[in-house]
Write a protein that binds this ligand. Structure first.
Ligand code: PLP
Length: 451
């Protein structure tokens, strides 16, 4: 077994020879070598060269309680000793599954009282896709099958989830999308709003949903799926007018709403769920990531009384994963929720940390190269621009400037991700004020060095 003390070059060579990375141009990475992360604590990562890197992304938007919480390791070890695995198929259950389901139902808003467990956010969305179609079919409406989603939304990488997603680069590979999925445009005012005010634009983009429903026929549309705030698409925060109009349209045509809370759930937007922050009343919420703070892979579809009743009474729901409600992952998630709650992490994130980060983040807007800054809770983006007055893009170099900025961030020991020319952050919810100061300082320096 290689240790943390193995030379970086040796680790990189093995990685290049055998490890295929997600969402990565393999040959390009293998030529330069991957950055090897060896340990982490609080909001800091350590790499194999001993650099301490401030993780502005909480891993992949997931390490909400921060790194290094021994309690989760203890709970995992204890659960592995007691019951490392059992399934919840075929009329069995176990204590971590039922306890976690109850706790999630207590935290979730409204009548979202039922939980179907998954292994990740992607397969949670596959569950939801099948569940909403089954919901209508079980009520004698088998033609109500189409799910509408948004271009540039992200819902995961399985065939179903990637089809729901609106990432054109993903659709271009592997035969996507599967049938029965339609897309509308995203509410990205900065890039696509033209001469409209944000409020006018929010209404206009919401009404694309109405137009799409009328085009397909409401009797054929099962559900609309959307992230409360688009994450992987570049932290696209919809104008205030958007969600109320979407709510009106969904109610008018009796179409279910799936809120994809894989990023927004468990404190990211300053409340337990993004639906609460954005004023949505979903029938199903997709969750994963922050549910266990990434310490164990687990996803949960949180389902309303109305939907659960139909599904439960319709006989077998022929769907599930070996690792649905994996006992170790469930026990870890439960401990994570206890910490988030008892230490007041979600509350503090919303009331104290988010306003502090907002002030610092918007301060980056003073940089001549920074246009739009957007922030909700502890997820934020800024658009790099050659001319902020014209809301201009780096047309010819689109994406390259963002990539350079991300590299400059790395060089300054900060993880900040880029989506095209938008830089995004989503730090652990436990980030302190002095760590936010450092994040902003390093981000400014990296932007300065970019262009
Ligand atoms: N949905 C959203 C909103 C996400 O951001 C992600 C991942 O980033 C997913 C679904 C997919 O989750 P996973 O990567 O756990 O499959």
């Amino acid at each position: 077994m290689l240790t943390n003390h193995a030379p970086t070059a040796e680790l990189q060579a093995i990685d290049a020879a055998h490890h295929m990375h997600p969402f990565t141009a393999g040959a390009e990475l293998n030529a330069k070598g991957a950055r090897v992360i060896t340990r982490a604590n609080g909001v800091y990562l350590t790499d194999s060269d001993g650099n301490e890197i401030l993780d502005g992304m909480a891993g992949l938007w997931c390490v909400n309680i921060g790194y290094g919480r021994e309690e989760l390791a203890d709970v995992a070890a204890q659960q592995m000793r007691q019951l490392p695995f059992y399934n919840t198929f075929f009329q069995t259950t176990h204590i971590p599954a039922l306890t976690l389901a109850k706790r999630i139902a207590e935290l979730a808003p409204g009548d979202l009282n039922h939980v179907f467990f998954n292994g990740s956010g992607s397969d949670a969305n596959d569950t939801n896709l099948r569940m909403v179609r089954h919901f209508w079919a079980a009520q004698g409406k088998p033609e109500k099958q189409v799910v509408i989603s948004r271009w540039n939304g992200y819902h995961g990488s399985t065939m179903g989830a990637a089809s729901l997603g609106g990432m054109k680069g993903m659709h271009a590979q592997g035969g996507l999308p599967i049938p029965g999925i339609a897309h509308i445009n995203q509410p990205d005012w900065w890039s696509e709003g033209g001469d409209m005010t944000p409020e006018e634009f929010g209404i206009a983009r919401a009404r694309e949903l109405e137009a799409k429903i009328e085009e397909i026929g409401a009797d054929k549309v099962a559900a609309f799926i959307a992230e409360p705030v688009q994450g992987a698409g570049g932290v696209i925060v919809p104008p205030d007018s958007y969600w109320p109009e979407i709510n009106r349209i969904l109610a008018k045509y009796d179409i279910l709403l799936i809120a994809d809370e894989v990023i927004c759930g468990f404190g990211r937007t300053g409340n337990w769920f993004g639906s609460q922050t954005m004023g949505m009343t979903p029938d199903i919420m997709t969750t994963a990531k922050g549910l266990s703070s990434g310490y164990a892979p687990i996803g949960a579809s949180i389902v309303s009384d109305r939907v659960a009743q139909v599904i439960n009474e319709a006989g077998d729901f022929n769907h599930g994963y070996t690792y649905s409600a994996h006992p170790v992952a469930a026990a870890v998630a439960l401990e994570n929720l206890r910490i988030l709650d008892e230490e007041g992490i979600v509350e503090r994130a919303g009331k104290v940390t988010a306003p502090y980060l907002k002030a610092k983040w918007e301060g980056l807007g003073d940089h001549p190269m920074v246009g739009d800054t957007k922030i909700v809770g502890l997820m934020a983006s800024l658009a790099l621009t050659p001319n902020k007055d014209r809301r201009a893009n780096f047309a010819a170099d689109a994406g390259t400037v963002g990539l350079i900025c991300r590299e400059r961030c790395f060089a300054n020991n900060l993880v900040m991700r880029h989506v095209g020319d938008r830089m995004i952050i989503s730090p652990p919810l436990v980030i302190s004020e002095s760590e936010i100061d450092l994040l902003a300082e390093r981000a400014w320096k990296a932007i300065d060095e970019t262009y």
